[in-house]
Design a protein around this ligand. Structure first.
Ligand code: ZN
Length: 64
């Protein structure tokens, strides 16, 4: 299973083994956050394997 990454700048989400150097959406060298769903609570495959708790709008940052 690939890791799901979210761009910290624009929120773009992609699946890859490693995050790209440049975000394909905003073209910036963003920090990518691992937002992969690792628990059943986040819905599993139907939610795209993304943990909604890990995704926030860029302005809010990532809350833990
Ligand atoms: Zn981006």
């Amino acid at each position: 299973m690939k890791t799901t990454w979210s761009c910290s700048n624009c929120g773009y989400v992609l699946e890859a083994d490693t995050p790209p150097e440049k975000c394909p959406s905003c073209g910036q060298q963003c920090a990518f956050t691992d937002v992969t769903c690792y628990t059943p609570e986040c819905g599993g495959p139907e939610s795209g394997n993304i943990d909604p708790k890990l995704i926030n709008t860029p302005e809010q940052g990532i809350k833990q």
